[in-house]
Structures are given as C-alpha cells and as structure tokens.
Design a protein around this ligand. Structure first.
Ligand code: ZN
Length: 240
C-alpha cells in the first residue's frame, strides 16, 4: 500500500495532473489531499472535480475556506484579493458546499492530515521552524502527520528533540514522530518551480518527497487568459 499525499494544488491543473500521473507510475494505491485545492490559478472547478471523483480524504485549507465566504477581502494584498474574487465567481453552490463541509484535521489509516498546524488548525499560522513544529507535535497522537500551507517541503522528526531533516526522504523509526510538509503541487515557494508531493510506502515504512516538472507554460497561459494578475503566472516560474 502506497499513499500519494499532496496539497496546495491552488487550481493548477497541469501540475496536479503531473502529480497524479507520477503517483500512478510509482505504484501509489491511495490519494490524500492536505487542502488548498483552489485559489491563485485558473482551474478551480476541474481540480475540485478530480478530487471529488477520486473520493480521497481531504482537509480544508485557508483558501478553500476563504473561497466560500462572502466576507470582505479588504485585508488581503491586491494580488491575493484579485485571485480570490475571481475564484469566488467560478465556484457553484455544490462546490462551495463540498469545500464548506471539509474538516480541519482528519485521521487516515494510521496517520493524521492537517493543512496548517495541529495546535491551531483553523488559525492558519505557519510552521517555519522547529519551535513551530514542536507546538504541533504536542497535539500529534499518531506517529505520522502530513501538512502543507507553507508551500515548502520539509520533514520534522521528533525523538528527544525536534529537528528538521536535511534529506527529502525518511525511513520511519519506532519511537519517533514525524511532521511532514508535502510541499505544494501547484505553487511551490522554495525556489524550485517543480511540483512537490509525498509518497508514504506503508509496507517499507518510508516517506519520500518527490519533485516533478509539469507543463508550466499552459498553466501560465491559462492564468493570463482568465484575466488573473500576470504576477501569478510569473511567480510559478520562480518557484515563490
Ligand atoms: Zn496554499
């Protein structure tokens, strides 16, 4: 049994399709999504449809939440505001209901999934260092938890202390816990434009982060054609 765990798709269909194709090639049997299906890029409906067709476990991301609210977007920066206004216009009632019903934290088999943090899952704060990771570990009751939100893949390991690993793969050890950011499928921000997702190999007790090239040109053209800010297309190439 192998899980493909992805998130922060952000309506980037080309990136999402590349991840799914790679996952199939790698022999993944199950899919799991850590949230932020929509927001930023031009294919929110298609990305949502794929997730729903697969019927995979999903948790809610901050963009999934924001997209179905009718609150003012005054506080957001102009780039995010424009993208969110556009995304809200694209979603129908049924899609909004699906997103609205997503939970913040879920357990799947023997692991947990959350979008941002386990200590304040609906607060949408960011885990950017080992102290943030320690706060989440206090609320982690499974050996393994997968998350997203920072758009930067990272593996935190907790034994006597909490440390980020340098490697992008880990052999799970008894007695240790792991809090693993799967990176972003549709809008990586670690300076590497390639899509990111994780494979959890249950039998071998191994987690590996994979990076893949995808048809970025098409994703960028669609963003421009949709009338979304050009910067949203440009930043995909920069990986930030
Ligand atoms: Zn995100």
């Amino acid at each position: 049994m192998k899980y493909a765990i992805f998130g922060d798709i952000h309506a980037n269909l080309e990136a999402f399709e590349a991840v799914l194709a790679d996952a199939a090639e790698m022999g993944c049997t199950d899919h799991v999504c850590v949230g932020d299906i929509v927001g930023y890029a031009a294919d929110p409906n298609r990305c949502l449809a794929i997730i729903r067709e697969m019927g995979c476990p999903v948790v809610k991301g901050n963009h999934d939440e924001e997209a179905i609210l009718h609150t003012s977007l005054e506080g957001l920066n102009p780039l995010a505001r424009h993208a969110m206004e556009w995304t809200r216009e694209q979603l129908n009632e049924d899609e909004c209901e699906f997103l609205g019903n997503l939970k913040l934290v879920r357990q799947v088999r023997d692991f947990t999934i959350v979008h941002a943090t386990l200590d304040t899952p609906g607060g949408w704060t960011y885990v950017t260092n080992k102290f943030d990771a320690m706060a989440s570990f206090s609320y982690q009751f499974t050996q393994l938890c997968f998350y997203g939100h920072t758009h930067t893949p990272r593996i935190y390991s907790k034994g006597d202390s909490v440390e980020p690993l340098e490697e992008m793969s880990v052999q799970l050890e008894m007695g240790r816990k792991y809090f693993i950011n799967v990176g972003s499928t549709g809008q990586p921000r670690d300076g590497d434009w390639r899509s990111s997702y994780a494979i959890y190999d249950v039998e071998n007790q191994e987690v590996t982060i994979r990076r893949l090239e995808y048809d970025i040109q098409t994703a960028q053209d669609k963003i421009i054609d949709a009338g979304l800010p050009e910067m949203l297309a440009h930043r995909l190439s920069l990986g930030k």
